[in-house]
Write a protein that binds this ligand. Structure first.
Ligand code: PGA
Length: 252
């Protein structure tokens, strides 16, 4: 059975003291949760502090991005090795905001995934179509390209260190969540792509998270879908009460 993952992407939000207050509350309110992996992704400047605060709890820390090198003359960048040193266990890679606002392409994302693995960290690899791509009938082609290019040359063993997040761009931050059926359709398609590229075992084990306007009032339906293995949550992860309810989704 695939253990669900609920991950909070804090994006560019929260000062150090706000981040600490949030993780303290989550630590307290989620201490008894054992059947869900809980992840939060603060801004770079809060990572080490939040990781220290979460140490010994069931909350894991992720970074929101990385640069695909270990060290070197790369002013302003942060490597997976340093993120691990700061207490991260995973890195969100290829988020649609990185693709759209910062020009990240499939090849760069692929290099980032490999560098993340070399540091011994897990990649939370984001994919998803825009509204124009969906309405133009190109959704499946886009997902296929993102998966095959993003995971090119990743070996079967390293796939244990990959979580996929399907995040339709039109659902991110818009309040327009994908329907349960739309999410299931995309997730089943993506799992099949993984099967074609890496075989049955990897496909059966890989966790595929849904992201895009996940809220306390829609998480239960999404999580009831057979191929939805968790959620990547933006806006609703900034409020302890909402995130706690999402982690404690109703298992039906
Ligand atoms: P949202 O963001 O939950 O605010 O839509 C999701 C994401 O960008 O990961």
């Amino acid at each position: 059975m695939r253990k669900p993952i609920i991950a909070g992407n804090w994006k560019l939000h929260k000062t150090l003291s706000e981040a600490l207050a949030l993780v303290d509350k989550l630590k307290n309110d989620l201490a008894s949760v054992k059947d869900v992996e809980i992840v939060v992704a603060p801004v770079f400047t809060a990572l080490a502090t939040v990781a220290r605060a979460a140490n010994g709890s069931n909350i894991e820390i992720a970074a929101q991005n990385c640069y695909p090198a270990v060290t070197g003359a790369f002013t302003g960048e942060v490597s997976p090795t340093l993120l691990k040193d700061a207490g991260c266990r995973s890195i969100i890679i290829g988020h649609s905001e990185r693709r759209q606002l910062f020009g990240e392409n499939d090849a760069l994302i692929n290099t980032k995934i490999k560098t993340t693995h070399e540091a011994g960290l897990r990649a939370i690899f984001c994919i998803g179509e825009t509204l124009a791509e969906r309405e133009g009938g190109r959704m499946f082609d886009v997902l296929k390209r993102q998966v095959s290019e993003g995971l090119k040359g990743v070996d079967t063993q390293s796939m244990q260190q990959v979580v996929i997040a399907y995040e339709p761009v039109w659902a991110i931050g818009t309040g327009k969540v994908a329907s349960n059926k739309q999410a299931q359709e995309a997730h089943a398609f993506v799992r099949n792509l993984v099967r074609e590229q890496f075989g049955d075992e990897v496909a059966a084990e890989i966790r595929i998270l849904y992201g895009g306007s996940v809220k306390p009032d829609n998480v239960d339906g999404l999580m009831a879908m057979p191929d939805v293995d968790g959620a990547l949550v933006g806006g609703a992860s900034l409020k302890a009460e909402d995130f706690v309810r999402i982690v404690r989704f109703n298992k039906g």
